[in-house]
Design a binder for this molecule. Sequence first.
Ligand code: AHR
Length: 521
Amino acid sequence: MKRIVSIFVCLGLLFSAVPGIRAQSDTKNPNARIVINADLGTEVINKHIYGHFSEHLGHCIYEGYWVGEESGIPNTRGIRDDVVEALKASSIPNLRWPGGCFADEYHWMDGIGPRDQRPKMVNTHWGGVTEDNSFGTHEFLDLCEQLNTEPYICGNVGSGTVEEMSKWVEYINFDGVSPMADLRRGNGRDNSWGLTYWGVGNENWGCGGRMRPEFYADQYRRFATYCRNYGDNRLRKIAGGSRYREYNWTEVMMRDVPHNMMWGLSLHYYMKDWRNKGAATEFTEDEYFNTMRMAVNFGDLLDGHIRVMDKYDPREKVALVVDEWGTWWDVEPGTNPGFLYQQNTMRDAFVAALSLNHFNDRCSRIKMANIAQTVNVLQAMILTDEEKMLLTPTYHVFEMYKVHQDAIMLPLDLDSDLTYKRGDKTLPAISASASMDASGTLHVSLVNIDPGKAAEVNIEIRGNKVSAVSGRILTAGELSSHNSFENPELVRPEVFKGTKINKQILSLKIPAKSIIVLEVK
Ligand code: AHR
């Protein structure tokens, strides 16, 4: 875990007392010094931290992925090819579906069998539109196979039954002869899918049934009991969790649910000012600062839930699963308020980069996270407009950071006197995270949220030889810079060449408002 040491002067004295360190330093007066212990990593950054969430909401599923087999948009069995290619290029590790609030009113049997015979329903949470169930279990699992990603299905506790959930698991995972396995075969799929990640309800304190934590804990025990393992497959069951700083829900779940019944416990966090969400692309620097404050403080909020979990589970058997997180702005003018369609700027990219650094640093407890939501909803990776598609700044952060997936997290010390100030409020300007992959290559992700000041940084690599460094940078002219269908490549990563090597020390200037990922060999 990195430590931010404020008494920089004392460290300077300490460094000068250690022969060689000052002599090696390339930048004489760096604003920040980072020491990375390349030989002290013990924890793996689970690739599932880089996961996604896609709900039956607005144009995420319909139009975002699903265009139907008859569409003129190139597709494979109804799923658009351009979106699949883009997400594969970012190494999407898992996809959570069908909700969200939609999950607790979704009845999976309505979404199987011939499409023209599937019953319709009203999507009461999201715009009151008619859901025709043309995208169901088979289509979702086909999408996951096309993406080469792990499915994570969230079952219905709020308005569903234990029997309904139990049968869904049997339908997906049982290979023998049984009513549900036979039904699946009749619908064209012989082999089970061997699904692992299974959510038992969503936000059950709210849209998932308005339950008290004690009641949900008992419901969880009951529903989870009948989500069976079939063959060699072992379900990883994830309990519906808390939100924000509501630690009591986490406390009750950790206290009242046997830990061997719960692979993970979820948490949701949206960086959203409830009184005034504001526009996605037009915001003041004060609003930007406020969002950065929420993103920086996300680490502290995570630590609060982790402390509760540590109290009941010091051996870290139960994972913290942050299965909804991201920004939430006003919808784009002229779009359906229930569809949560928003643009995505450099501000969103900083939220993504800071959050992923937080997750990496806490990877001994956080094993999965899912940004909300992948296409056309909230903090999306991808926006579509009929046959057109664009990649957002957030997409580029996920693509740049994919090098951390399944790598060993390297502990680092970040000593920085750099703060981003607004009035009498300050935030640390720099955030960093490091890992070493299976080939021994080290990656460092660096973020400078200050829109006006560059940061001179020295990075000392201990415990590993340094011979070459390369990098990529994501930055733009304005904090509000974004990609549009008219200008889809305005914000995109570029090669970053500004790093010097002096023995074990890398020196670089992180430009104002930028995100850099270095590769060190
Ligand atoms: O992501 C949008 C909604 O936010 C989800 O449906 C719900 O779980 C959360 O409140």
